[in-house]
Ligand binder design. Structure first.
Ligand code: UT7
Length: 376
């Protein structure tokens, strides 16, 4: 009988740019103030890309860390999903640029689902693994949102930041990993959060640039209403789908958009506020990187341990949403932060094996063939 396949998270990593933009910095750029931003959003600062950071370089830095924790190399990857709406180029997509930089030899694709990106990626990776198509998939959430912001528009520029976080999903027979998921889209509300110009329908021209319509535009209250309704409703559905109750969830990892949305979600779920993880005070809303970045930090802070059940929920442009229940397996969660983890040892062993094989193929074999040719 064929064994049931599950998609387990075995590796995680993050990259945040060095540059920090505080609420006080923003108050010098646009008519706003720290008190308003903290009260209405919970955000105190965000990280912004520096000259050395590209969408690809950030994704690759996070991915290398995640692969080290998983104890794999790029050669082990069967597929790469890069969830982002801020790729380096319009074409090719971020899948290809990240695949090339990692030196992987597998299919790779960019997934554009706004802030719901990583939730979509996790669901798709899990399905590809459970179906038997692939065994090891890298799912990255990465954004340079700052590139698309109008820093004269206080209704958007205070909210977002840049970051990358990566996760490795691998097949396991242990009943764990992604236990349930839900993906949704309400495209009728697309204009509540969009970049109207720059696509093929409404290309950029000088007057578009002069009017600043190539930046992100948002109806904050409309998105707020949508999010407040969606967070608890979709969490309840995925938790029930996994055969669990909200009390069975060890930690909720919501999209880090606004502390008020998260607190409303906790109230509607009748769960204590501190079961809803928050790091938006440090990073703001990092779009597709938000949920995986929060998960990586929750693991690194020891808020999550092996066997824990996590419920994630994300929402954003589309308007779209995604939620999932994920059970962490018997991996090396507690040990994995250390460079000397089992994962790192496995990684070093694999790298050594690959180097030995490369040397044999490229140096020893040609020399041996030359000598054997001479002897004849
Ligand atoms: O991934 C999804 C991304 N998007 C979201 O999650 C956005 C969801 N929406 C929100 O988080 C909130 O709607 C915002 C934080 C964007 C806005 O908060 P709000 O409580 O809905 O504020 P508001 O738009 O109703 O504005 C209230 C007041 C207005 O002034 P008046 O008309 O009452 O005098 C605004 O002009 O606050 C003013 N305001 C600001 N004041 C200082 C708006 N933005 C700012 C600002 N600084 N940055």
């Amino acid at each position: 009988m064929q064994q049931q396949r599950y998609a387990q998270i075995t590796g995680w990593g993050k990259y945040v740019p060095d540059k920090i933009l505080t609420n006080h910095d923003l108050a010098n750029m646009v008519e706003t103030n720290d008190e308003w931003i903290v009260q209405r959003t919970g955000i105190r600062q965000r990280h912004i890309r520096t000259e050395k950071d590209t969408n690809t370089s950030m994704a690759v830095a996070a991915s290398k860390e995640a692969m080290t924790v998983a104890g794999i190399t790029a050669n082990d990857l069967d597929f790469i999903l890069v969830c982002t709406s801020s790729s380096d180029y319009l074409l090719p997509g971020a899948g290809s640029t990240v695949q090339a930089e990692l030196g992987a030899a597998c299919g790779a694709v960019q997934l554009v689902a706004g802030c719901s990106g990583w939730a979509y990626g996790a669901a798709m990776a899990s399905s590809l693994i459970q179906s038997g198509t692939y065994s090891t998939i890298l799912v990255v959430g990465v954004e340079i949102v700052s590139h698309g912001l109008d820093y004269t528009d206080r209704s958007t520029c205070i909210l977002f930041g840049d970051a990358a976080a990566a996760t490795v999903f691998q097949v396991t027979e242990e009943p764990s990993g992604v236990l349930s998921f839900e993906l949704g889209s309400d495209g009728d509300k697309a204009k509540s959060l969009w970049v109207p110009y720059g696509g093929s329908s409404q290309p950029i021209n000088q007057s578009v640039v002069d009017e600043g319509r190539h930046f992100i535009e948002m109806d904050g209250q409309e998105v707020f209403k949508f999010a407040s309704k969606t967070v608890a409703a979709s969490l309840k559905r995925v938790i029930a789908q996994a055969g669990l109750l909200p009390d069975d969830i060890d930690l909720f990892i919501p999209h880090q958009a606004n502390a008020r949305i998260i607190e409303a979600g906790a109230r509607l779920m009748r769960q204590p506020k501190d079961k809803f993880y928050m790091n938006l005070d440090k990073y703001g809303n990092t779009s597709a990187a938000s949920v995986p970045l929060a998960m990586v930090e929750a693991i690194q802070e020891g808020r999550l341990k092996q066997g824990d059940k996590v419920a994630i929920v994300a929402f954003g442009a589309g308007l779209s949403w995604g939620a999932a229940v994920i059970q962490l397996g018997a991996g090396e969660i507690s040990k994995a932060h250390s460079l000397f983890s089992l994962g790192h040892a496995k990684y070093l062993a694999k790298r050594t094996r690959e180097t030995v094989l490369d040397t044999a193929q490229n140096i020893i074999l040609p020399i041996a063939m030359r000598f054997s040719g001479k002897r004849k």
